[in-house]
Design a protein around this ligand. Structure first.
Ligand code: SF4
Ligand code: SF4
Length: 68
């Protein structure tokens, strides 16, 4: 099931504390799609995110690959 682009999910998203987060843009990449910026892939902390667990996601680096 696709992750919903809601304020509730946006509030739960932990991309803002990720070392790979490029800054200056909305997060919730698993719902909204990939970043237009080049991502320095240092880490992906999606597996620690409640949205990741609640939606049974399996992947990482949605900021690079796009929607879950
Ligand atoms: S799974 Fe990743 S992109 Fe999706 S809400 Fe959580 S931290 Fe953000
Ligand atoms: S999708 Fe993953 S790698 Fe990208 S900013 Fe969010 S937690 Fe970090």
């Amino acid at each position: 099931m696709a992750v919903e682009d809601t304020e509730e999910n946006g509030a739960k998203c932990i991309c803002g504390t990720c070392k790979s987060y490029p800054g200056n843009e909305p997060w919730l990449y698993c719902a909204r799609g990939k970043s237009p910026q080049d991502i320095n892939q240092v880490e992906c902390i999606c597996p620690s995110c409640p949205v990741w667990a609640e939606n049974d996601l399996g992947g990482t680096y949605y900021c690079v690959s796009g929607r879950a």
